[in-house]
Design a protein around this ligand. Structure first.
Ligand SMILES: CC(C)(COP(=O)(O)OP(=O)(O)OC[C@H]1O[C@@H](n2cnc3c(N)ncnc32)[C@H](O)[C@@H]1OP(=O)(O)O)[C@@H](O)C(=O)NCCC(=O)NCCS
Length: 195
């Protein structure tokens, strides 16, 4: 299995350029990650630049984060976290690093134009065609409708509905959704799939 550092960067899509997060991106990331509208549903919600530094710029976090540039400006980020599948102990050597957990955030000013969908579509391509994993997953709060609508737009399947499984800082214990897509499904998708 490859890692993000093995791939060629940057990657251009129709309207975006994707590339690994770099230390110099701190101010650009803070500009939209400090927006309360963005932090309502995110897993990592840094309260200041120091927390942002710890959460996004550790070697481990840098290795699994891409930024989306639009017209030369960083407008969002993607997490591609390689994970192990579950398996029986005697075959566990075949479960290591075969999945990616995806995450995404797009600056509020750039939402509503399909840019996040475009970025996540490219991320699925990176996962399946570049990293060679067999399954991609993503989770969200059930009330984060823009996020699960995005996944359904891209053909990801809702595979789990956890009742009161996630703790939200204001809402308490609330429902969560798990979505997934297999490499075989990605390869057999209609070429015109999605917007
Ligand atoms: C999740 C998030 C990225 C979705 O943003 P978004 O703007 O809805 O997503 P897109 O950029 O793909 O835009 C899709 C919207 O633009 C519309 N659109 C316009 N042109 C489009 C195009 N060419 N292609 C696709 N959609 C297009 C779509 O219809 C859709 O609107 P709708 O949901 O009202 O139908 C955004 O809400 C966000 O960053 N939230 C905060 C962080 C967060 O919650 N992250 C996820 C944690 S699990």
């Amino acid at each position: 299995m490859s890692s993000l550092t093995d791939l060629d960067w940057p990657l251009a899509t129709e309207r975006l350029v994707l590339r690994p997060l770099e230390p110099d991106d701190l101010d650009a990331l803070w500009a939209y990650r400090s927006d309360p509208r963005i932090n309502e549903w995110t897993g990592r919600s840094p309260r200041d630049r120091d927390e942002l530094l710890v959460a996004f710029f550790s070697p481990e976090a840098l290795a699994q984060t891409l930024v989306m540039e639009h017209a030369g400006e960083v407008v969002g980020d993607l997490m591609l976290k390689t994970t192990d599948a579950w398996g029986q102990a005697d075959v566990a050597d075949r479960t290591a690093g075969v999945e990616v957990e995806l995450g995404w955030t797009l600056a509020a000013a750039h939402q509503g134009r399909g840019l996040a969908t475009e970025a996540v579509r490219a991320a699925l391509g990176i996962c399946f065609d570049g990293l060679g994993v067999r399954r991609v997953t993503a989770g969200c709060f059930a009330d984060n409708e823009p996020s699960w609508r995005l996944m359904e737009r891209l053909g990801m399947r809702r595979e789990g509905h956890g009742i009161e499984e996630c703790l939200h800082r204001e809402l308490g214990w609330v429902d969560g959704y798990l979505y997934a897509l297999l490499a075989s499904e990605w390869r057999s998708r209609p070429t015109t799939h999605g917007p």
